[in-house]
Design a protein around this ligand. Structure first.
Ligand code: TYM
Length: 326
């Protein structure tokens, strides 16, 4: 028993890191838990202002992507965060329980506020909104990649702090990490694969063409040893390819390394590309089919929004009462 919740920013189309770190897990969890919510977190996506037409488009593309990856709206409530206003309301209440120093060291703020010189208040309190997303549904399990673990720690702290002040309302939600919890950039294996990367060659989108996938993997940074081994510390580039190969071919890392016996890294890259292409081709085709029908995607989200509101309303009523608003 329990309730699964997770979210993804509406960046249009997810990359391989999103897929292996989170989405693959989302799909398997919807068959294991009876109550599952997946949210397209548009409120989180405006910490840096976005073009409204582009955002609108990206929300529907993300919906199509999630469906193409296997998220099933019969099993999971797929919805748009901003359309359930309780997220913002609970975020305010939790923000009043969060100290400023607690947020200062979280990675999002540390990295992005530096890039921008001055970060916004929204960027700073972003993890509080994320905690509100999770707690609003009294979620117990949250499938995410490794980069979100510190945000999950904050959500647990805030559940505890709220319960301490106002009485027992929220369970502590646990992060569920996939076996591929961190996919690295193809251009810089010391960094994670990230949609904000400006180098197109660094990330593989789940809808990339076979040619693009092959090119990006061919160009992936490795090192000067031609043999293939798995050693993330000393050989992060090759090891990232082994990780991707194993995950996409659904074999173990050991099996992937043994399939690379006798191949140099150049030849091995062909093997990795084949595994990635084989796995992503049906997803790309399904995405292209689904994205064409904007009205259908919109309707699906609206249905999900309604179901999410039905779950959020009683929890928020309980919170308002506990806090003393009613
Ligand atoms: P976002 O949109 O950046 O990423 C979505 C999911 O993909 C995972 N991920 C990765 N996993 C492995 N390797 C990578 N290189 C990689 N890059 C991304 C992320 O860990 C995430 O699981 N703040 C969140 C969205 C969010 C959320 C929530 C998540 C908002 N509210 C509540 C869980 C619960 C984010 O920006 O994810």
């Amino acid at each position: 028993s329990g309730r699964v919740f997770s979210g993804i920013q509406p960046t249009g189309v997810p990359h391989l890191g999103n897929y292996l770190g989170a989405l693959e897990n989302w799909v398997s969890l919807q068959n294991q838990y009876s109550s599952v919510l997946y949210s397209i977190v548009d409120l989180h996506s405006i910490t840096q202002p976005k073009d409204p037409a582009l955002l609108r488009n990206n929300i529907l593309d993300m919906a199509a992507s999630l469906l193409a990856c296997g998220v099933d709206p019969e099993r999971a409530i797929l919805f748009q965060q901003s359309q359930v206003s309780e997220h913002s309301e609970l975020s305010w209440i939790l923000g009043c329980l969060t100290s400023m120093p607690r947020l200062r060291h979280l990675p999002q703020w540390k990295v992005k506020s530096k890039q921008k010189n001055e970060g916004s208040v929204g960027l700073y309190t972003y993890p509080v909104l994320q905690a509100a997303d999770i707690l609003l549904y009294k979620s117990t399990h949250v499938p995410v990649g490794e980069d979100q673990v510190q945000h999950l720690d904050l959500a647990q702290d805030l559940a505890r702090i709220f319960n301490y002040h106002y009485g027992d309302v929220f369970p502590e939600a646990r992060a569920l990490l996939s076996s591929t919890r961190k996919v690295k950039s193809l251009r810089d294996p010391s960094a994670k694969m990230s949609k904000s990367d400006t180098q197109a060659m660094a990330t593989i989108s789940i809808t990339d063409s076979p040619d693009d996938i092959a090119l990006k993997i061919r160009r992936a940074v490795t090192d000067f040893t031609s043999e293939v081994t798995f050693d993330p510390e000393t050989r992060p580039g090759v090891s990232n390819l082994v990780t991707i190969h194993a995950a996409m071919a659904t074999i173990t890392v050991q099996e992937a390394v043994s399939r690379a016996k006798g191949l140099d890294t150049g030849a091995y890259k062909t093997l990795v590309s084949e595994a990635v292409i084989q796995r992503l081709t049906p997803i790309r085709e399904e995405f292209q089919r689904l994205r064409a029908d904007r009205a259908h995607l919109q309707n699906l989200l609206e249905l999900g929004n309604r179901r999410a509101r039905e779950l959020a309303a009683p929890v928020m009523a309980e919170v308002r009462h506990r806090v003393g608003f009613s």
